[in-house]
Design a protein around this ligand. Sequence first.
Ligand SMILES: [Zn+2]
Length: 124
Amino acid sequence: MSQSSGVHVNNTCYCARMAIMKTSWTDLNLGRRFAICPKYKQIGGCKYYVWIDPPMCDRSRNIIPGLLRKINKYEDELKKCEDELKKCEDDLKKCEEQLIKKGSREKWLWIALTVAMFLVYMFV
Ligand SMILES: [Zn+2]
């Protein structure tokens, strides 16, 4: 494959087709664009394969794949947290409903107690 530094590649491949632009997603060339024969390594095609973007420096090559993995990991964790939060919200809602029910029960208990106290006061 060509490593020529010319940014303006001739986008017609060796078999006179319009080369298509693709983006590499391998760890070594993450996000690096290249032009390729639309029938690359296929019958009737050719082996036209030219990088459009300059090679990544060693530092990016070492850092970017790790960063992407981290992002994916954090996205997974975020998703888990959101699920858990949803569950907590549901639980909280249930608790609130129970608390309201309990509150009205307590109110009736207080009324009954007051009535009982009144009756005790009246007849003792
Ligand atoms: Zn071709």
